[in-house]
Design a protein around this ligand. Structure first.
Ligand SMILES: NC(=O)c1ccc[n+]([C@@H]2O[C@H](COP(=O)([O-])OP(=O)(O)OC[C@H]3O[C@@H](n4cnc5c(N)ncnc54)[C@H](OP(=O)(O)O)[C@@H]3O)[C@@H](O)[C@H]2O)c1
Length: 376
């Protein structure tokens, strides 16, 4: 609108000052008009990027202050005072759980706790040695022989679709799917498929696995799907224009990761809406001392290490969402922290996307799934 007015004004000035028929003056008018356009666009872009920068600083500051209070070990201890102690007294014998990234950190703690309670555990891991070491440790500690290792790289959509198809064909049942595997790759890296690694693992991989296992999950009595997201997503608004961070200059792995985690929160809401038979939720573990934090955020880890949660504390809400009856009393599609559903947005952060944008994300993920995971 402003641009059109600007053009009209420029045309008027040219006509009044130089006369309609003077071609040299017309040429000058044209240069003047183009210069105005360029300046106008430049100004708008600069204004937009300053606004974006200020918003980004605001969100990160508010988030960090919130984190110091809530995401630390002390935050967990404070929150745990209002936990109901019997919520986790559940016998899950015969129930089947699939956990991605189950060889380490939060995923391994969850696998161990479920195995202790008698559940059948399908550990989905990408490395045979790390996976087998963890499987053996869980079986040795709990005496539960129903702990199985599946080798799968969550950044490879075709392998995920094949794994899910084989799982279904084998006739195994599944009550709870836990999408826990996650990464924060700091330098922009592409998979063999040409997908950006963080997006391929955190977003597309979780989507392909979840949607490929729907028919197995739907056979369960009260199926659940859980996504391990991150409170880091609070600093991001969904950005549909750059799902694979091709336009992110310079590439910022922390922000790419946070964007993926925002996408997981929206995916959870959309799964809840689209698959009403499945109880879907996502959660933030808090800041827990795990290999991911140590390796991907070494300076954060060094500064915060005495205040970080143990992996068990980080896994507490995940376990609660996976096994407790109390979790099923909550509506599907929510975001949890310390056994409580919490807001998906910081106050005044302008991070909400529209219904259309959320649906567009799912359409893009479905399209990419079709493109990259169709089995020939
Ligand atoms: N720790 C925290 O403070 C924190 C905070 C917010 C959110 N989270 C989320 O919590 C989840 C678990 O992370 P964690 O902190 O427990 O870290 P972790 O101990 O490093 O666990 C990450 C797991 O994901 C697996 N993984 C990564 N990429 C994979 C791929 N392409 N295919 C299969 N598995 C893959 C890792 O396997 P390898 O061992 O083979 O690498 C590992 O088992 C992640 O989704 C993370 O984003 C953690």
């Amino acid at each position: 609108m402003r641009k059109r007015k600007q053009k009209q004004l420029t045309r008027k000035i040219t006509t009044i000052e130089y006369g309609e028929h003077d071609s040299e003056n017309k040429r000058l008018g044209c240069i003047f008009s183009t210069t105005c356009d360029v300046l106008h666009i430049g100004l708008q872009t600069a204004r937009r990027s300053v606004k974006k920068e200020i918003m980004s600083i605001y969100r990160s500051t508010v988030w960090f202050v919130k984190g110091l209070k809530e995401y630390t070990k002390q935050g967990y201890l404070n929150a745990s005072r209002s936990f109901r102690p019997n919520d986790l007294d559940v016998d899950v014998t015969g129930k089947s759980f699939m956990i991605t990234g189950a060889n380490s950190g939060i995923g391994k703690c969850t696998a161990l706790a479920i195995a202790k309670k008698g559940g059948i555990v399908h550990m989905v891991c990408r490395d045979s040695i790390r996976g087998e070491d963890a499987r053996k440790e869980i079986t040795d500690t709990t005496g539960n022989q129903n702990v199985f290792l599946h080798l799968l790289d969550m950044s490879k959509p075709k392998d995920i679709a094949k794994f899910a198809a084989d799982f279904e064909t084998s006739g195994k049942n599944l009550d709870v799917l836990i999408n826990n595997a996650g990464c924060m790759v700091i330098v922009r890296e592409l998979t063999d498929d040409g997908l950006e690694k963080n997006f391929a693992t955190n977003t597309l991989g979780a989507h392909v696995l979840t949607t490929s296992l729907l028919s197995v999950l739907n056979k369960a009595e009260k199926p659940r799907v859980i996504l391990v997201t991150s409170g880091g997503m609070l600093v991001q608004k969904l950005d549909l224009k750059d799902l694979q961070f091709e336009k992110m200059y310079p590439f910022d792995g922390t922000m790419a990761y946070a964007q993926n985690k925002r996408q997981q929160v929206i995916m959870t809401e959309q799964y809840a809406k689209n698959y009403p038979n499945i109880h879907c939720s996502c959660m933030h573990p808090g800041w827990a001392d795990t290999p991911a934090v140590r390796m991907s955020m070494p300076s954060f880890h060094a500064k915060m290490k005495d205040r970080l949660r143990t992996p068990e504390q980080g896994a507490d809400t995940l376990l609660w969402l996976a096994i407790s009856d109390a979790a099923l009393q909550q509506p599907s599609g929510l975001f949890f922290q310390d056994r409580t559903s919490v807001s998906k947005h910081l106050p005044l952060a302008w991070s909400k996307s529209t219904k259309q944008e959320d649906e567009q994300l799912m359409a893009s993920l479905d399209e990419l799934s079709k493109q990259y995971s169709t089995l020939s």
